[in-house]
Design a protein around this ligand. Structure first.
Ligand code: VGL
Ligand code: ZN
Length: 206
């Protein structure tokens, strides 16, 4: 067994004061640091949008929360966030740097959103993460981060489709909950798809 830790979008814009702050998002940083020290390979994902990204309400002169069709896909419009090179796109300064960490960016194409660390929302382009993990002989993934009901969920669902044994570290995640209950449904959806829901203190011998 070869396990990799995936830290999803632990970036300033998803943390207090950020453009798309996830409630209690800061509570997962200590867990990320504690787990990082125990894995041989850590992947950090980074939401990385150009300023003209079409998931931004501002680029349509519409309100945040409006739902539109974007190139054939349903798109919830977000505030501007994680703009390339901005402070908001940087990883939290409280995240401790560890060796053997690799960064995968997503969301660069202005025409499509990309919640999953593996593919864009239309499964039209590939970040290369799946092949990378296979070349590193990873067969087990532990996933945590922000936000449970968006980037964590779609990362986990794609990981399962690609055949990885996938653990979702529940206390290491927080969600947006645009509609109350979204986080609960996301956890259920991941479990139904085959994810194993665990708490960080239950992780042994990785
Ligand atoms: C995310 C909304 C937009 C996330 C990224 O990291 O969950 N959510 N972009
Ligand atoms: Zn985004």
């Amino acid at each position: 067994m070869n396990a990799t830790l995936i830290l999803v979008d632990l970036q300033n814009d998803f943390l207090p004061g950020g453009a798309l702050a996830v409630p209690e998002g800061e509570d997962v940083i200590d867990i990320a640091n504690a787990l990082s020290a125990r894995f041989d390979l850590i992947v950090k994902t980074q939401d990385w949008h150009p300023s003209n990204h079409k998931s931004f309400a501002s680029n349509h002169a519409l309100d945040v929360g409006t739902i539109i069709d974007l190139n054939g896909l349903t798109q919830f419009l977000w505030p501007d966030h994680c703009v390339q090179q901005s402070f908001g796109a940087q990883f939290s300064a409280d995240l401790v740097d560890v060796e053997n960490t690799v960064v995968f960016q997503k969301g660069e194409n202005p025409e499509t959103d990309s919640y999953s660390a593996f593919f864009d929302n239309g499964h039209r382009s590939d970040t290369g993460l799946g092949d990378f993990l296979k070349t590193r002989k990873t067969d087990v993934l532990y996933v945590m981060g922000l936000a449970t009901d968006y980037c964590v969920k779609f990362t986990v669902l794609d990981a399962l489709k690609l055949g990885f044994k996938t653990y979702l570290v529940v206390d290491g995640c927080r969600g947006v909950d645009v509609n109350p209950g979204d986080v609960e449904s996301a956890l259920q959806e991941m479990e139904d798809a085959g994810a194993i829901l665990i708490l960080s203190h239950e992780i042994k011998n990785v």
